[in-house]
Design a protein around this ligand. Structure first.
Ligand code: ATP
Length: 386
């Protein structure tokens, strides 16, 4: 039977144009290691995101592919050829930055043509290529306007068009949507993905926004301290995180701390015994571990139910449109529960309920014993009556 999950890798066409190979690359700044013996093979035509918190080495990796930084050791190849000795302008790559850096006194067309003009490309060819590049981002009708007369999203599309005018094999994007407001950012995510699919250009996209990475990427490299913690398709990264770190970084999680029970297939916690498969390396009985349960995998049943889960009391109920978000207190812990609003049970603050989950939806992870904060931010309602 065909697997319905998206492929974790872009199809291997046997063509190396646009492929990027990073082999054992390390980059230090003084005593600190920004990128630590990192290896990564990016397929031609793939949309790959480097995702991770600030300081994990995403931008440094991107800048080394671009040629703005140089590895202390290791090798980087683009389209099957090592680029280590090549300056940025001789690599088949172009970069789009968060700041669009457009010239305000020039028209949209002049901005896009700037690089061609600097290289002395004949005027007629410039006009044709600018028109093509603006068509790629559907901005030809604004060719004669000044960038300041356009929205933030349109300005970023000009920057994109300027980066694509030479049809680079690889486009590097360093948080290009970070300056846009949420709605525009979501629109641009769709546009970028469509553009990339149409052009077949390899996109390497740096972001710390997990939603952005999930929605656009063929594969995501989740980075931590200069290394790749997990490299997989979005679905695998979300549904089968390889470590508590990845589980906490992608989507929302309830973490329940515990100690591995005899037999190793469950942990003893304040909420009772929680069983489930291990998400990463197993820990021996007696060791510290955490159970991760996503909010959408918890169901609320009436108090008195004996189904697998924990007794709890409702602390807050929020209607979010498509979903109902309920925060419950269970023992010393709060749990976030999300259910589709149309089928949500009717619950009120202070109701006693049973949180129910299937062990199949739990993942156990090793921890170093330090408490792992659940990744939902909960502001409990002020119930002091003041
Ligand atoms: P951000 O999302 O904040 O840009 P990042 O994941 O892209 O973070 P990098 O910018 O690659 O991370 O930085 C990785 C590490 O290298 C950080 O500790 C950073 O302080 C350090 N670093 C980066 N550039 C330099 C530099 N030019 N000089 C010294 N240290 C640097």
């Amino acid at each position: 039977m065909a697997d319905s999950a998206p492929a974790a890798t872009a199809p291997d066409t046997g063509n190396t144009t646009g492929g990027v190979e990073i082999v054992g690359v390390t980059k230090r700044y003084g005593d600190s290691i920004a990128v630590d013996n990192l290896s990564l093979s990016i397929q031609p035509g793939e949309f790959l995101s480097l995702l991770g918190p600030s300081g994990c080495g995403k931008t440094t990796t991107l800048r080394m592919i671009a040629g703005f930084e140089h590895p202390d050791s290791g090798d980087i190849s683009i389209s099957g050829r090592s680029v280590l000795g090549l300056p940025p302008y001789k690599r088949e790559v172009n970069t789009v930055f968060q700041a669009y850096a457009l010239f305000p006194h020039m028209s949209v067309a002049e901005n896009v043509a700037y690089g061609l003009q600097q290289r002395g490309v004949p005027k007629a060819e410039q006009r044709q290529r600018v028109a093509e590049a603006l068509d790629m981002v559907q901005l030809r009708r604004f060719a004669d306007r000044k960038p300041t007369m356009l929205s933030g999203g349109q300005q970023q599309r000009i920057a994109l068009s300027r980066a694509l005018i030479n049809r680079p094999s690889v486009l590097l994007l360093d948080e290009p949507l970070a300056a846009l407001d949420r709605q525009l950012r979501e629109e641009m995510q769709v546009e970028l993905k469509l553009l990339q699919a149409r052009l077949g250009t390899t996109f390497v996209f740096v972001t710390h926004d997990q939603g952005e990475a999930l929605s656009m990427s063929d594969r995501i490299a989740v980075m931590r301290a200069g290394r790749i913690e997990q490299l997989d398709g979005p679905e695998q990264i979300y549904a089968a995180p390889a470590s508590a770190y990845v589980a906490s970084f992608i989507g929302q999680q309830n973490f329940v701390q515990g100690t591995v029970a005899a037999g190793g297939a469950a942990i003893d916690t304040d909420l009772g015994v929680i069983a489930g498969p291990w998400g990463g390396e197993r820990v021996s009985p007696g060791g510290s571990a955490v159970a991760a349960i996503r909010p959408e995998f918890i169901r609320l049943e009436s108090a008195g139910s004996t189904a697998n889960g924990a007794d709890a009391r409702v602390l807050s109920v929020s209607y979010l449109g498509e979903t109902l978000q309920v925060v419950v207190g269970a023992g010393e812990q709060t749990l976030l529960v999300r259910t589709p609003a149309p089928t949500a049970p009717s619950v009120r603050v202070d109701d006693d309920v049973r949180c129910v989950w299937s062990p199949d939806d739990v993942r156990l992870f090793a921890t170093d014993g330090a408490p792992l904060a659940s990744t939902h931010v909960i502001t409990l309602p002020d119930r002091s009556g003041t």
